[in-house]
Design a protein around this ligand. Structure first.
Ligand SMILES: [Zn+2]
Length: 330
């Protein structure tokens, strides 16, 4: 082969290689696009908590895959990830998380994903957060924004924006339509909550909870937060005996006889409080920060909020009953 012929061969070879690469890239794009809809390779959207997972699925429908990391009936403050889940998070097109310090064991994985170029969206941070008023956490942001359906509606529109911007192949119109429809359901939820809570006399609109989980609901619907069994914004703290004493004093002063405990948390502490107050306390279980498994009473955000609204209204209007009641069947 002469030098010219060799050069020619190299040139032809390079051209063939280029067209081969272009072909392969096109194939890869097609594969990636179909993987987005079939979920074989790419995780699409990864959501940390199951409440945000349900909201995101309502917005996304069949347009993309949504993987939820937190299991039903788990504690958002303490759940952790398996190695497989951590890897999924780092390969996602978009990570939706609560933020504001809620998912304590997961946030470092979200940070790592962001550093490796994954789009991440903190729904709690974007939903006009309130701050705690408790002595220990004064000025710290309160992560439990989902107890206010208006803020969830705001987050719904923002999650839709993020999905359209970061997830390839989704139909923008379909996402907007779904987000709008879900937004209407959230407006209806807020209206029905107002109606239900209107049945509670002004002087009974007082909340004692397991930890400080209902600050947003109290702010939105005009409740007073008397205190919490764990006087903290996280379930990971534990109360001292003087904390329990000052709570019993506050409850005596406010004439509060109902304590709302989370159905996923042991009611042991609330029961201690009941003993302290001579058994004159009713412990009502709510679904405050986790969805249940399918069919268990709070398997969607809307069902969770409706069950809680009914249990809170009943718990604060009922007179003379003490004991523990659950939200199941309400
Ligand atoms: Zn909490």
């Amino acid at each position: 082969m002469s030098r010219t012929a060799a050069k020619q061969y190299v040139r032809v070879g390079a051209a063939r290689l280029r067209s081969l690469i272009v072909g392969l890239l096109a194939l890869a794009t097609v594969t990636a696009a179909s993987a987005c809809t079939t979920g074989e390779d790419r995780p699409g959207i990864v959501v940390t908590t199951n409440i945000l997972g349900d909201i995101t699925r309502e917005i996304v429908g069949d347009e993309a895959d949504v993987t939820v990391l937190m299991k039903p009936n788990a504690d958002p403050h303490s759940f952790g990830l398996s190695a497989v889940q951590a890897a999924e998070l780092e390969r996602a097109d978009l990570v939706v998380y609560n933020g504001l310090g809620l998912e304590e064991n997961v946030l470092r994985h979200v940070d790592a994903a962001r550093e490796s170029g994954v789009a991440t969206f903190a729904a709690g941070e974007a939903a006009d957060p309130l701050t705690f008023h408790t002595a220990d956490e004064k000025g710290q942001p309160d992560p439990h924004f989902w107890t206010d359906p208006d803020r969830v509606r705001k987050a719904t529109g923002l999650i839709a924006d993020q999905v359209i911007e970061h997830v390839d192949g989704v139909d923008e119109g379909a996402i907007r339509d779904r987000a709008d429809r879900y937004g209407e359901e959230l407006t209806n939820l807020a209206t029905s909550m107002e109606k239900s809570f209107d049945r509670i006399p002004e002087d009974k609109r007082a909340l004692v909870t397991n930890h400080h989980v209902f600050g947003y609901l109290a702010d939105r619907f005009g409740f007073q937060v008397i205190g919490a069994v764990i006087p903290s914004g996280t379930t990971l703290a534990s109360p001292s005996s003087s904390d329990l004493r000052s709570l019993t004093v506050a409850m005596e002063e406010a004439g509060v006889r109902t304590v709302f405990a989370d159905s996923s948390q042991p009611t042991r502490l609330a029961e201690v409080l009941r003993t302290e107050l001579g058994g004159k306390v009713q412990v009502v279980e709510l679904y405050s920060e986790s969805l249940t498994a399918k069919g268990e009473g709070a398997d969607t955000y809307l069902r969770m909020m409706r069950a809680n609204t009914a249990a809170m209204t009943n718990g604060l209007t009922a007179t003379g009953t003490t004991g523990t009641t659950g939200t199941t069947g309400t």
